[in-house]
Design a protein around this ligand. Structure first.
Ligand SMILES: Nc1ncnc2c1ncn2[C@@H]1O[C@H](COP(=O)(O)OP(=O)(O)OP(=O)(O)O)[C@@H](O)[C@H]1O
Ligand SMILES: [Mg+2]
Length: 364
């Protein structure tokens, strides 16, 4: 039997655990054309959730746009056109729709090498980007006339780096008119997204319902894992599942990796669980070494401070002394950088984002 656990790709179907409440919330948002800001720490399952909801939709056209790595309005338009293209299997239909709406730049056509579906992309976009942006969005509007739509912009925080002051204003004035389209803005850079959507001076202020995605609950993991093990005639106890979920701090990506590696062991025992944890650290050691090397001395000390203190009372004289800090200002500067680089996150307390990196630091 193929290993049922997947930790490097988006998961759907049997590899997807629960999220029933979230899926139902999103279907409601989509059916009522409510815009949503979906955010969480890295690897908590945003993209998997969007994809799985999209698979279940009836009578709504879903468009998914990955903005990861986009750096300009031109890239945005290119990716939006790609998302639109994915809906059409007939090149003539796509060409007709685009030619009707897009006048300010030329479009070229090719084929998506993976799926064979038609692919439209801009030949050249003139310096003033507003007409091009408005036209591409008007394509969405016309698509939504016959059938409601949902358009997900994943990694939406990238737009903050486009260096195009009018981008947000133009986009907002367009999407406000789209009453048959639900827009999902998704990303993990909470501070950037929050500034965009909650600062009253910004164009996207109050344009979307906030939806923080939480880790999956332990009881949901128990049901899901038990089902997978039962199907393969394998044994695992609730206690063992709880132990693993705790070790992975309820993060789906680490839980998938943990069970993926545990699956290769003969039986689930405490020593197999222990071994799996050290295997993961060994497998990822090169990655951890290079991450650790990329940090300044004060950043390294701050990481240790967070691990040793559990992220609480990190400014207490006792804790500072443990890692050799003489002043709290050094920690503040390092913490800022570590949060920007996504090594550290803060909820009620500071934490190292990668659960296994934390375990590695502990044994340094
Ligand atoms: N509901 C789920 N059930 C089981 N595993 C999941 C679930 N959601 C996510 N995962 C696991 O977590 C991994 C990361 O999920 P995903 O890429 O959807 O997260 P993300 O929040 O979009 O991450 P990023 O912030 O990097 O974009 C998946 O590859 C999968 O292994
Ligand atoms: Mg994602």
């Amino acid at each position: 039997m193929k290993n049922p656990f997947i930790y490097t790709q988006i998961v759907t179907d049997e590899a997807f655990c629960n999220r029933e409440k979230e899926r139902s919330d999103f279907k409601d948002f989509i059916n009522n054309s409510v815009n949503v800001l979906l955010y969480s720490h890295r690897k908590l399952g945003k993209t998997s959730l969007i994809r799985s909801v999209f698979k279940e939709l009836k009578n709504v056209t879903p468009i998914y746009i990955d903005l990861f790595g986009t750096t300009s309005t031109d890239d945005f338009i290119k990716n939006l056109l790609k998302g639109i293209s994915e809906i059409y299997s007939k090149p003539q239909q796509l060409a007709k729709l685009l030619k009707d709406k897009i006048k300010s730049f030329n479009i070229q056509f090719s084929f998506n090498l993976d799926t064979g579906a038609p692919l439209a992309f801009p030949a050249f976009i003139p310096k003033d980007k507003s007409p091009a942006l408005t036209e591409v969005f008007s394509v969405l509007e016309s698509m939504s006339k016959n059938k409601n739509m949902v358009v997900a912009f994943d990694e939406f925080q990238e737009v903050a780096n486009y260096k195009n002051e009018s981008f947000e204003k133009t986009m907002r004035s367009i999407i406000q008119r789209h009453n048959k389209i639900a827009y999902i803005f998704s990303g993990s850079q909470r501070h950037i997204l929050f500034e965009m959507f909650t600062d009253y001076k910004r164009a996207f202020y109050k344009q979307a319902q906030n939806y923080p995605l939480q880790p999956i609950k332990t009881e949901h993991y128990i049901v899901w894992i038990k089902k997978i093990y039962k199907k393969a005639n394998r044994r695992i106890t609730n206690k063992q599942i709880i132990d693993i979920v705790n070790r992975c701090e309820n993060y789906p990506v680490y839980i998938q990796e943990f069970f993926y590696r545990l699956w290769n062991k003969k039986n689930v025992t405490s020593s197999a669980i222990e071994e799996t944890e050290s295997d993961i650290i060994k497998f990822r050691e090169a990655e951890f070494i290079s991450a650790w090397d990329s940090l300044s001395l004060n950043q390294k000390k701050t990481m240790k401070l967070i691990v040793l203190s559990g992220g609480e009372n990190i400014y207490s004289a006792d804790n500072l002394m443990k890692v050799g800090f003489t002043s709290s200002s050094q920690v503040k500067v390092a913490l800022d950088m570590l949060q920007k680089k996504n090594f550290v996150l803060k909820n009620t307390h500071y934490a190292v984002q990668d659960v296994f990196f934390k375990k590695y630091i502990r044994i340094l």
